[in-house]
Design a protein around this ligand. Sequence first.
Ligand code: TYM
Length: 330
Amino acid sequence: MRVVSGIQPTGNLHLGNYLGAIKNWVKMQEQGECYFFLADLHAITVYNEPNILRANTREMAAALIAAGIDADKSVLFNQAQVPGHAELAWLLFCTARIGWLNRMTQFKEKSGKNREGASVGLYAYPVLQAADVLIYQASHVPVGEDQKQHLELARDIATKFNTDNNKEIFTLPEPFISGPAARVMSLRDGASKMSKSDPSEASRINLSDDDDVIVQKIRKAKTDAEALPETMDELKDRNEARNLIAIWAALDNVEPQKILDQFAGQGFGAFKPALADRLVAAMNPIRTKFVELKQDIDTIDAILAKGAEKARETAAPTVNAAYEAMGLLR
Ligand code: TYM
């Protein structure tokens, strides 16, 4: 099993990233050969102040290590140190069809009303993402649900490339989307996902939030006035309640029903403080490690450099084979 996944180094690691993706990365380290990267080339599809991007890239590396990514078990690096990502992306731009990209919902969301003013990179972004996984012959890609469409596109691009060039250059990657937290929702609105770009800080829990902030954000999280029911089915139309139950279930690696069994008949007055305690217990050790690690820039840079060296080595044969298959002289 070859596991590949990435995260954009913009802002803070939040609970959606952690429960939807990173927690699965940590588990998969024991099961396969893993490549995890900071998607800095994706971050620049919108303007980033260079010093902030540099700092965020190192901080996100520290966050991943604090969350359990072990640089001795996994290959950890940033895209910009592996030129093959950008090189392969160009070959895949010539494979992907404009009609396919036009269907990508994330571009529509991110470009908003000003589509003409969006960067070409923001539009082409999913093709670079395809290159990210195909370059390592990924078999499994652990992500949250919001990345599903991008991975389906990666499979379409790989299939067309292999067919057009009459050669099995790329492995078809399987998205690995699992657990109750595949889509963690905003704490302020159960209909939209928890996201770095939500202007409301109260909508998400960040890795950098201290214990008191976590307690407050959970206390203020939007809920309804009813007691918790006995079955998950009865939570169908109660998005906010379902989300809080799912968060706890993901922290404990259990089915949401198991959490509900403990709280059926009780109101949020009882549930929220208990959830806040559980979250603090989970996040405090990660945050403590993160705060310590992020000071040590030299160590982080050394880890990324070593990971990138290994990644370049693994990527080279696939990049070469792709150029060769297309008839490019080198
Ligand atoms: P990014 O940086 O937005 O998010 C990183 C990971 O966190 C997951 N995630 C969530 N999961 C559950 N609930 C949420 N509210 C939530 N918010 C984010 C994302 O699904 C993702 O797994 N395009 C990618 C980065 C990327 C990538 C790749 C991923 C670049 N190349 C190749 C996989 C393979 C992104 O912007 O993720």
